[in-house]
Design a protein around this ligand. Structure first.
Ligand code: FNR
Length: 182
């Protein structure tokens, strides 16, 4: 049966490496997985005053996460943590208290950056947040991807050097989603 994967990309940048990584990863998955990149750029800044009257964009985000069989977080590292754009989206979808969209949704955490440690610290911060939200995250393999020439080929697929490793990551992610499927 088809499984829906909600993809949260932590960058709004037009030429985002992380969005490109998300799109390329989706192509490594079996056809039964449907990947939907969620729009995070039109969410207001989270304000608890609005909990009783969430914006349409917030309701949409929550519905998309609630309907998903799995989550895929693909994020850059900003100043050794996750971008505010991603934290803002997570805060929205976790509220109001007791009405979080997250509990039990299996997730993968991955990211690409220019630096050599490839989003490792951002991923660790994100895992902390997701643990609190009762989102089981795939622990192994870890994937810290560095943006370098040849990461993507001309067609937007993962390039030859990283293909085997990221295919292995995706295979483990698919197993993780299936393991938690309800
Ligand atoms: C960065 N960048 C960055 N890289 C990194 O490896 N560790 C870091 O802590 C930071 N910090 C940081 C802060 C801010 C505000 C910006 C704008 C950038 C560089 C980052 O890896 C690079 O800009 C990536 O290209 C961002 O990902 P996208 O937008 O290409 O997906």
């Amino acid at each position: 049966s088809t499984r829906k994967i909600a993809v949260l990309v932590g960058s709004l940048r037009r030429e985002s490496f992380n969005r490109r990584l998300a799109l390329a990863l989706a192509r490594l998955a079996p056809e039964q997985l449907e990947f939907d990149l969620l729009e995070l750029g039109d969410l207001p800044l989270y304000n608890q005053d609005d909990d009783a009257d969430q914006a349409a964009s917030v309701k949409r985000l929550k519905a998309q996460i609630a309907a998903a069989d799995g989550l895929l977080f693909v994020t850059p590292e900003y100043n050794r943590s996750i971008p505010g754009v991603l934290k803002n989206a997570i805060d929205h979808a976790s509220r109001p208290y007791g009405k979080s969209a997250f509990p039990g949704k299996p997730a993968g955490v991955i990211g690409v950056s220019i630096g050599a440690i490839g989003t490792a610290l951002a991923q660790q911060h994100l895992r902390n947040v997701l643990a609190y939200l009762d989102v089981p995250t795939l622990g192994q393999p870890e994937a810290f991807v560095q943006a370098k020439d040849g990461l993507f080929d001309d067609d937007g697929n993962i390039g030859a050097d990283s293909r085997k490793f990221l295919q292995g990551w995706m295979d483990a992610y698919v197993k993780w989603v299936n393991l938690h499927a309800r």
